[in-house]
Design a binder for this molecule. Structure first.
Ligand code: C5P
Length: 229
């Protein structure tokens, strides 16, 4: 089967909109493969830290982006995939605020984004792929059949993140998180390459005040309407 015949569904948006959860649940419901593209940027930040590569060394970061030894182990119970770096399970290590900041720092480098492009496209596999991130619909999979862009107010996104971190026992202040969400949004939206914005043909869904199951139901309706055309 030609890659062009495989359905790709993109779920983009800023952090805290629930796109990771929605992407995973959607993939599970459809029996599709799943790509968490943000994890690649987080993995690069972690690999750089471990190999003592400064986050402004473009050449070394680009080589690392193209060659880092990573894999995702899917599980059937709908949980997040296990993320492996050089044979080690780093699923929780990459979810810290430190790695989020590192990820958004390396993500502004065009050479890094280019080096990760092919790695992301290699996830396309039969019967289909759900890919979540910032530029899935605009740059990585511009021909995707379905493009969804999730938004929510910065306050609500910070509050969701606050609860996630508290559940994991990380202590952070809510005010600092609102600030961090705003700073990260600004950096992601204003960078030269692949700025965070909906694709012209994306369906924008504001999830403020909605539960995950309401967003999932809405996303499923959008997907089935478009795929049945
Ligand atoms: O989605 P997640 O919060 O894991 O992404 C971490 C960071 O990686 C984002 O803040 C963004 O800077 C970067 N990223 C990106 N393009 C993507 C996915 C993530 O620039 N497709």
């Amino acid at each position: 089967m030609n890659n062009k015949d495989i359905n790709v569904i993109t779920v983009d948006g800023p952090s805290g909109t629930g796109k990771g959860t929605i992407g995973q649940l959607l993939a599970q419901r459809l029996g599709y493969h799943y790509l968490d593209s943000g994890a690649l940027y987080r993995l690069l930040a972690l690999a750089a830290m471990r190999h003592k590569v400064p986050l402004d060394n473009v050449d070394a970061l680009t080589v690392l982006a193209g060659h880092m030894d990573i894999s995702f182990e899917m599980n059937c119970d709908g949980d997040a995939p296990v993320v492996i770096l050089e044979g080690e399970d780093v699923s929780s290590t990459i979810r810290t605020e430190e790695m989020a900041v590192g990820a958004s720092t390396v993500a502004v480098i065009p050479e890094v984004r280019q080096a990760l492009l092919g790695r992301q496209r290699a996830f396309v596999d039969s019967p289909g792929l759900v890919a979540d991130g910032r530029d899935m619909g605009t740059v990585v999979f511009p021909d995707a059949r379905v493009k969804i862009f999730l938004t929510a107010s910065p306050e609500e996104r910070a509050d969701r993140r606050y609860k996630q971190l508290m559940d994991k026992g990380e202590s952070v202040s809510l005010a600092a998180l609102v600030e961090s969400v705003r700073t990260r949004d600004e950096r992601d939206s204003n960078r030269q390459v692949s700025p965070l914005r909906p694709a012209a043909d994306a369906i924008v869904l504001d999830t403020t005040g909605m539960t995950i199951s309401q967003v999932l139901d809405r996303a499923c309706v959008i997907v089935s309407e478009i795929l049945s055309r």
